[in-house]
Design a binder for this molecule. Structure first.
Ligand code: PAF
Length: 283
């Protein structure tokens, strides 16, 4: 696997490493790779001849007071995992390489609407940071396909809209959430959980499954189902940011009869914020 750290070296390497007819797939990450990321890399390897991965902890998507400094950085281990997985190219820019004039004056890419609810409401500016860096990475790598985890479903929907609105020449693909045996969605932030919190954490997904099962067996009181889940989670010690059923096309609140909806939830245990979702294309 070739490793490059600057946009210039990346462009050189991509020019020297022409992709075959199966094209170039790209997996942007913030590192601290786990099986969820590796499932993206595996899907990328199935979908294209060449696979590029980036590791960049993007300061623009962290608000003041969030975990930017504490965010786990495990580059040596990540390189081993990507080499074993069979990735061809790794891009590891530092902050100066992507934001040479700093963040404050950098052009921002903003997707209105979809970013104003759910995590967008609780993490102001977060999605502007995500879309700005993803747009920049896509412009640098110029892949045929870019892969994102469905665990961050709102992020995936926002990126799909950015790519469609800006006519960016890339196909965006979502990859199913990888879960631990007890159902907890894999996330780099799970490492922050204390042993007691880790035991409790799968209850978030269990609550979403309960809502899904109620809907698939005929319940239509969407708000009531979500309110019950919030009450149950809070009684167990979660601080719930939201648990809502929304349409996947515009993220407006779902009404019975809407197709392609998702149950979205975000809740904290101590200082660790967990997010999860279940998408229901038909029910
Ligand atoms: O999902 C992530 O890890 C990040 O938000 C991404 C897409 C790599 C952008 O920094």
């Amino acid at each position: 696997m070739e490793i490059v750290a600057t946009p210039q070296a990346l462009r050189r390497q991509l020019a020297e490493q022409p992709t075959g007819p199966g094209g170039l797939a790209f997996v942007p990450t913030m590192g601290n790779l786990h099986d969820g990321h590796l499932s993206l890399v595996r899907k990328a390897l199935d979908s294209a001849d060449t696979v590029a991965v980036s590791i960049f902890v993007n300061p623009m998507q962290f608000a003041d007071g969030e975990d930017l400094d504490a965010y786990p950085r495990t580059l040596d281990r990540d390189i081993e995992l990507l080499t074993e997985a069979g990735a061809d190219l790794l891009f590891t820019p530092n902050v100066d390489a992507l934001y040479p004039q700093g963040l404050r004056t950098h052009t921002a890419v903003r997707v209105p609407g979809l970013t104003e609810v759910l995590c967008g409401r609780h993490r102001p500016g977060h999605f502007d940071g995500v879309t700005t860096v993803v747009c920049k990475l896509l412009n640098l790598v110029q892949p045929d396909i870019a892969l994102f985890g469905e665990k961050d479903l709102q992020q995936l929907l926002v990126i799909e809209k950015m790519v469609a609105d800006l006519a960016m020449p890339v196909r965006v693909e979502g990859v199913a959430t990888a879960r631990a045996a007890d159902g907890l969605a894999l996330s780099s932030r799970n490492g922050y959980l204390s042993p007691d919190e880790r035991d409790l954490a799968p209850h978030l997904y269990a609550s979403l499954l309960q809502i899904r099962d109620a809907i698939t067996t005929g319940a239509r009181e969407f708000q009531g189902l979500c309110a019950d889940a919030v009450q149950g989670l809070e009684a167990e010690g979660f601080a719930v940011d939201y648990c809502e059923l929304r349409r996947c096309d515009d993220l407006s609140l779902a009404q019975p009869g809407d197709q392609d909806i998702a149950i979205f939830a975000a809740a904290s245990l101590g200082s660790t914020r967990l997010i999860d979702n279940i998408r229901l294309r038909a029910y």
